[in-house]
Design a protein around this ligand. Structure first.
Ligand SMILES: NC(=O)c1ccc[n+]([C@@H]2O[C@H](COP(=O)([O-])OP(=O)(O)OC[C@H]3O[C@@H](n4cnc5c(N)ncnc54)[C@H](O)[C@@H]3O)[C@@H](O)[C@H]2O)c1
Ligand SMILES: [Fe+2]
Length: 403
């Protein structure tokens, strides 16, 4: 039975590959470097937008991070209205509340100023604004959004989800204690701003978790079966930078150059995974987020080594190549040794950045349910190197129970 299912999943992946490789995913116009957010008003002006909804969260407004941009918009003759009601793992209600402000204030463009939660919420506010006949739940899944969004300008303040260049938005549905994805070419932002100055005060634990999320994007898209030369190149850039700089930025968050490198790594990893997709690490992480509210990056960081161990026989050469890219050896070392070093490096990074190897909230009685949901997301949704069944997934989750 499992053999037959595996065959069907692989056929589905072939079909997915055929379709995904033909998709022309837009690439946002990029503004990059220290102070680049100040160039955004000019870019916005060129699109003809004059009244912007600035979507963010209260953590960010309390730090005053968007103040400079709001002032620059005003100087350039554009009005902006702030909506800072986005929660981590943004909910359908957050989207609806933002949409109300967008409509009440008669906005014609959106700035997403924050981490992945803010960017995803902003994408969905835009999608609802121009597709009012469809609810957020109607847009769940792939390619359900018909009308183009209002111009959407993404300013990530974490590095990160890569949401500034992806065709995805991840939404929490508290009613079902689940997270789901919306994927559509329409929700790729028109512009992305990578300004390291906005990330200098990101606390160490968020730096670590969001950096490991970016690493997971780079790795899962690299070992999956939909990899292309374009995604491969972007994953490699991301892994190299993250291996070189993440732990050091965890120690010293004020390093502007390294913050800038990490923002670019996150963007590159986004370019890769939005084309070659992710895998079981994300399938499990989404469910830990949906059920317990575990932050997305933390969940990925914990799950990544377990899934790499599970899959390594089927992606040994790929991991070996990434190990060489990441400076862990050279072609004189065997693929087996290099792949093991790669996994060990991920575990070591976690240890050095105080990422646990267990999920504090996980309960034995939830394991079967989490595995079921994760596999319904991952099979055949993600083009993974090694297919996983229910009992294998449960066994992996059991290793993550708090000790
Ligand atoms: N759309 C996609 O392609 C994609 C990809 C991966 C993850 N995601 C989603 O993104 C969400 C996670 O996003 P995230 O990891 O960026 O975290 P987040 O957006 O939830 O932010 C986490 C916390 O960091 C704070 N913060 C953000 N920037 C800060 C800064 N510069 N200084 C100080 N504090 C700051 C926020 O206030 C918040 O409290 C999840 O819902 C996840 O599922 C989406
Ligand atoms: Fe992610």
């Amino acid at each position: 039975m499992w053999s037959l299912k595996k065959l069907l999943y692989r056929l589905a992946h072939l079909l997915m590959g055929f379709m995904v490789k033909r998709l022309e995913v837009p690439i946002p116009e990029l503004l990059q470097g220290v102070g680049s957010v100040k160039q955004l008003p000019e870019a916005i002006k060129s699109t003809g937008v004059s009244r912007l909804l600035l979507v963010t969260d209260q953590g960010i407004t309390s730090l005053g991070l968007p103040d400079g941009l709001i002032e620059a918009l005003r100087s350039a003759g554009m009005a902006s209205v702030v909506f800072d009601g986005v929660q981590p793992n943004p909910t359908i209600d957050n989207i609806e509340a933002g949409l109300k402000v967008y409509n009440d204030e008669q906005c014609d463009g959106i700035i997403a100023f924050g981490g992945g939660s803010v960017m995803d919420c902003a994408k969905m506010i835009g999608a609802r604004a121009t597709n009012p006949d469809k609810s957020v739940l109607d847009m769940r899944g792939g390619f359900k959004i018909k009308n183009a969004l209002p111009p959407l300008f993404a300013v990530p303040t974490t590095a990160g989800t890569g949401s500034e260049c992806t065709l995805a938005a991840v939404v929490s549905n508290p009613a079902e204690r689940e997270k789901f994805s919306v994927a559509s070419l329409e929700i790729v932002p028109t512009h992305a701003v990578l300004d390291p100055e906005l990330m200098l005060g990101l606390p160490p634990h968020i730096t670590a978790h969001t950096g490991m999320d970016a690493l997971t994007h780079a790795v899962e898209s690299y070992i999956g079966t939909l990899v292309t030369p374009f995604t491969e190149e972007n994953s490699e850039k991301a892994v190299k930078i993250i291996f070189e700089d993440l732990e050091s930025v965890y120690q010293n968050g004020a390093d502007e150059q390294k913050r800038s490198n990490l923002a670019y790594a996150s963007y590159c990893a986004g370019l890769a995974f939005t084309r070659a997709l992710v895998g079981y690490v994300h399938a499990i992480a989404h469910n830990l987020g949906g059920l317990y509210g575990v932050p997305h990056g933390l969940a990925n960081a914990i799950v990544l080594p377990y899934i790499l161990e599970f899959s390594k026989e089927d992606c040994r050469d790929r991991l070996a190549r990434l190990a060489v890219v990441g400076g862990l050896g050279d072609s004189n070392d065997s693929a087996q040794v290099l792949a093991d070093r790669f996994i060990e490096k991920v575990k070591e990074m976690n240890r050095n950045m105080d990422v646990p190897s267990q999920v504090a909230e996980l309960k034995e009685e939830d394991i079967s349910f989490i595995a079921k949901r994760a596999l319904s997301e991952g099979n055949p949704g993600y083009p993974v190197p090694t297919l996983m069944n229910q009992s294998q997934c449960e066994a992996i989750l059991r290793h993550m129970l708090p000790r």
